[in-house]
Design a protein around this ligand. Structure first.
Ligand SMILES: [Zn+2]
Ligand SMILES: [Zn+2]
Length: 288
């Protein structure tokens, strides 16, 4: 079953729940958001599957979409909690997970404006730019995959399910049973962005997050409200000789090479750097 027409406006209770969730985001009550969604899902829903099946397949699938869509907000609350606890790598993985959920919602939902899918996706992509990750690791291996619904090997051609579609309230996916490891490579555009790599950072980022490579993402959510728009600008800047003289030679070079200053630009007369600026736009992005 593909591209279901679900209107949020028809289900008043659901719409009220979404409005309430957004209000709790304004108040930064992230734990409350999680319990509210857990309460709604109680006994009815596990991550990818409805526990109680409704009368017909279409109703079951529509209910599945409504539940699945809520997990975007559940995970975004989790993401903001991760950041608050300075769990930066974990917050990045949560962010990736939300983007995967949105991709699946794209496939399932016809009326994307009702669900703010484009806006959410653009917003999360901008948040990604605030992280320092550039290089990722990518594992090469031979895998044996089976369908999560009929359990047939995907090479057998017996399976007619499409990964990312819902069948009677269950999301079709791929199970990986056997992995034979071949090697690992460094890539800029990985299949799984959760495989992050970051050069050794001399700063203690748990105690001094603003001075670490995570300073931008940390400070952004310290001051910004969730779901408010912002823009990332790149501005060139020159660091002059007199400023260079004041840098501690043991610290990381301001040119962002991630090398110690003493082994990098210390002898230069000036350094050109490109600095990222965030300018906030006082406009709330999503609404129901
Ligand atoms: Zn199948
Ligand atoms: Zn340098």
């Amino acid at each position: 079953m593909n591209n279901i027409k679900v209107s949020l406006l028809e289900d008043k209770n659901y719409l009220d729940l979404l409005k309430n969730i957004l209000y709790l985001f304004d108040l930064k009550k992230y734990e409350d958001i999680k319990s509210k969604i857990e309460h709604y899902n109680e006994n009815k829903f596990t991550k990818n599957k409805l526990l109680l099946k409704d009368i017909d397949e279409i109703t079951t699938n529509i209910n599945f979409i409504k539940h699945y869509y809520l997990s975007i907000f559940y995970d975004f609350a989790e993401f903001l909690i991760d950041l608050k606890q300075k769990e930066f790598q974990k917050s990045w993985c949560t962010l990736q997970h939300i983007q995967d959920t949105i991709t699946i919602c794209y496939n399932l939902i016809q009326n994307k404006t009702d669900f703010n899918l484009d806006t959410l996706s653009d917003y999360l992509y901008k948040i990604e730019q605030l992280y320092p990750y550039v290089v990722f690791s990518s594992t090469e291996c031979i895998v044996e995959k089976t369908c999560s619904i009929c359990k047939n090997n995907l090479l057998d051609k017996k399976c007619t399910h499409l990964s990312g579609d819902i069948y009677n309230g269950e999301l079709a996916g791929v199970n990986i049973n056997i992995i034979e490891f071949l090697g690992i490579s460094l890539v800029y555009k990985p299949a799984h962005k959760s495989c992050t790599l970051l050069p050794e950072n001399k700063y203690d980022y748990k105690n001094f997050p603003l001075m670490s490579s995570y300073g931008m993402i940390y400070s952004f959510f310290l001051y910004s409200e969730p779901f408010f728009d912002f823009e990332i600008l790149i501005k060139p800047k020159i660091i002059t000789h007199s400023e260079i003289n004041t840098y501690n030679r043991e610290l990381l070079c301001p040119c962002r090479s991630e090398k110690p200053f003493k082994d990098c630009c210390i002898k230069k007369r000036f350094i050109f750097v490109k600095e990222k600026y965030i300018s906030s736009i006082n406009k709330k992005l999503i609404d129901f």
